[in-house]
Design a protein around this ligand. Structure first.
Ligand code: FRU
Length: 478
C-alpha cells in the first residue's frame, strides 16, 4: 500500500506542470490530478463536510487498476484534494478498488467497494469489501470482503450502494446473471458485516422490461418525495430513435420498493441526461435534506482515447453537483445554489430580439461562464445558439425537438443528440474551458458534454428562423 501511494504521489508530482498547463484544464469541475478519473464514489456529507471519492488510475489515461481518489469540500464549490483513500494493494482487490459508496455508522465513515481481481487463469473475480475510517474519513482500515459472489451471477457483480432504512442497512449492486442479462440485486444487514441476499429486484427480462442490457452498473436507490428512485447505468441497450445514442446509458426508474418482499414496482426507464458525456451517477442526501448528484462527465467508448487532454497526462472530469427533485414521475435536476458563489461581472440584457441575422451581445462571451436565458418567447420555427464555435444548441418548434451538436474527438465530424421538448422557456448554461452543461426549463432535461473549442474562441451567437425574444444574464465563473 505504501509503495503504491508513494508511486502515485510521484506520478502526480512528475506530471503536475504539464497537466496544469493544459488550456483545457477545467476551472470549476473536479478532475484527476493526473491520469484517468471515472465514477464518483462514496459521496457523503459527514460531520458537515462533503466527501467525494472517485475512480482513479494515476498511472495512465486508460482504465486499469483503480484507486479511490478523494476530494472534500465545505460548500460543494471549493474542493480540496485529500490523500489517496484506497489503493489496490490486497489480494481481494489487486486489479482495482472499483466503485462503491460511503455511510456513517456509530460516528465512523465506512466505505463499501468492489475488489476486482483477475486470477491466474485470467478470469475475473469480484469481492464486495468494507473499509472503516478511524480518523473522520482521512485514512481507511480495510476489513476485506463481506460479500462473495452468489450463485446465478457472473463475476460482473459490483458497485455496492448502501443506505439505512428503519434501522436496517440495505445494499444494491449491479449484476449480470448467467444468461448475461443486467440486474440489480438487493442485500440487507443489521451490522454492515453480515449480509442477507434477497435476489434481483429488477433488471433485463424482469418486471416486464424485456431485454434491457447485458450488464447494469452503479445502481443507486433512494427515496425522493415519497417514491423510490433507482438510478442505474445499463450496458447493451440498442439505440431507439433519439434514445440510447451513447454507447452506455445512465437513467432512472421511479417506483416503490417493497422491503418485505424485495420486489421493486416501477415505471419506464428514462435517461437522466441528453448529452454525450454522463455516466455512473451517484447521489447522497445532505444535512439540508437535499438529494445531491454527481456523475462522471465521460464514458468508456471507442472515442475516449482521442480526447485531446490525454497528451497532457489526464482525462475526464465530474459533472457539476446537481440537486434532484421529482415532478410526477420525472426527475428534475438543478445545479446546486452554492455555485452562485462563483459568479463575477454580471451582464444583463432584456428583451433581446433575434431574427434571421446572427446576433452577438457585448460581453456575453468567454471561456468559463454561466448564462441564464429566460423569458424565451416568439413565433420562431427554430433558434440556435453556438458556443465558442464548437458546440451548437438547436431547437425546432416544428419538430418539438432540441439537440446538441459538437465535433467528435476522433475525426472532427459533427455528432448530435436529440430530445423531444414541447416548448423551451429557459436555458441555464455552464461553460467551462472544455465542458458544457445546459439545464433546460429549470432542469426538466439536461445536456452534458465535453467539447474542445479553439482555446481563443470566446464567442456566443444566436440566430433564429422567425422571431425570438429572451432575457439573458451572464457571469464569468472563476
Ligand atoms: C462504471 C464502472 C463500474 C466499475 C468502475 C471501474 O464506469 O465500470 O462498474 O466499478 O467503473 O472503474
Amino acid at each position: 500500500q505504501h509503495e503504491l501511494i508513494e508511486k502515485a504521489n510521484q506520478e502526480v508530482a512528475r506530471q503536475r506542470e504539464k497537466v496544469e498547463n493544459d488550456p483545457y484544464r477545467l476551472r470549476f469541475h473536479l478532475m484527476p490530478p493526473v491520469g484517468l478519473l471515472n465514477d464518483p464514489n462514496g459521496f457523503i456529507q459527514y460531520k458537515g463536510v462533503y466527501h467525494l471519492f472517485y475512480q482513479w488510475n494515476p498511472f495512465e489515461t486508460t482504465h486499469g487498476s483503480k484507486f479511490w481518489g478523494h476530494y472534500t469540500s465545505n460548500n460543494l464549490v471549493n474542493w480540496e484534494h485529500q490523500p489517496i483513500a484506497l489503493t489496490p494493494s490486497e489480494w481481494f482487490e489487486k486489479n482495482g478498488c472499483y466503485s462503491g459508496s460511503a455511510v456513517e455508522q456509530d460516528g465512523k465513515m465506512v466505505l463499501f467497494y468492489t475488489g476486482n481481481v483477475k486470477n491466474e487463469k485470467g478470469e475475473r473475480e469480484t469481492y464486495q469489501c468494507m473499509a472503516v475510517s478511524n480518523d473522520d474519513g482521512l485514512t481507511f482500515e480495510k476489513k476485506g470482503p463481506v460479500i462473495y459472489l452468489p450463485e446465478g451471477f457472473t463475476a460482473h457483480f459490483r458497485d455496492p450502494k448502501v443506505w439505512k432504512k428503519d434501522n436496517t442497512w440495505y445494499m444494491v449492486l449491479g449484476a449480470q446473471d448467467l444468461n448475461e442479462q443486467g440486474k440489480v440485486v438487493l442485500y440487507s444487514s443489521q451490522n454492515l458485516k453480515d449480509w442477507n441476499f434477497h435476489g434481483s429486484i429488477t433488471g433485463s427480462e424482469l418486471n416486464g422490461l424485456g431485454p434491457f442490457g447485458y450488464m447494469w452498473e452503479c445502481p443507486d436507490l433512494f427515496e425522493l418525495e415519497g417514491k423510490d428512485v433507482l438510478l442505474v447505468s445499463p450496458q447493451g441497450l440498442e439505440p431507439e430513435g433519439d434514445l440510447y445514442q451513447n454507447l452506455f446509458q445512465a437513467g432512472y426508474f421511479v417506483g416503490r420498493l417493497d422491503y418485505e418482499t424485495s420486489v421493486y414496482h416501477h415505471g419506464d426507464f428514462t435517461e437522466l441526461d441528453r448529452g454525450f458525456d454522463f455516466y455512473a451517477p451517484q447521489t447522497t442526501i445532505d444535512e439540508k435534506g437535499r438529494r445531491l448528484l454527481f456523475a462522471w462527465m465521460g464514458i468508456t467508448d471507442d472515442n475516449e482515447k482521442y480526447q485531446p487532454t490525454i497528451e497532457n497526462g489526464w482525462i475526464h472530469a465530474m459533472t457539476l453537483p446537481r440537486v434532484l427533485s421529482l415532478q410526477g414521475e420525472k426527475v428534475i435536476q438543478q445545479p446546486v445554489e452554492e455555485l452562485k458563489q462563483l459568479r463575477k461581472n454580471e451582464v444583463s440584457y432584456e428583451n433581446v430580439q433575434v431574427h434571421t441575422d446572427i446576433v452577438t451581445l457585448d460581453k456575453v462571451e468567454g471561456t468559463t461562464m454561466e448564462m441564464l436565458i429566460d423569458g424565451i418567447l416568439g413565433d420562431m420555427d427554430s433558434f440556435e445558439i453556438t458556443f465558442r464555435g464548437a458546440a451548437r444548441f438547436y431547437y425546432s418548434a416544428k419538430e418539438k425537438k432540441m439537440s446538441l451538436h459538437r465535433k467528435n474527438f476522433k475525426d472532427g465530424k459533427l455528432e448530435s443528440r436529440y430530445c423531444e421538448i414541447d416548448r423551451i422557456h429557459k436555458l441555464h448554461v455552464f461553460l467551462d474551458t472544455s465542458s458544457i452543461e445546459i439545464f433546460v426549463n429549470d432542469g426538466e432535461e439536461v445536456f452534458t458534454a465535453r467539447y474542445y473549442p479553439d482555446t481563443k474562441n470566446e464567442s456566443v451567437s444566436f440566430v433564429a428562423e422567425g422571431n425570438l425574444q429572451f432575457n439573458v444574464k451572464k457571469w464569468d465563473l472563476d
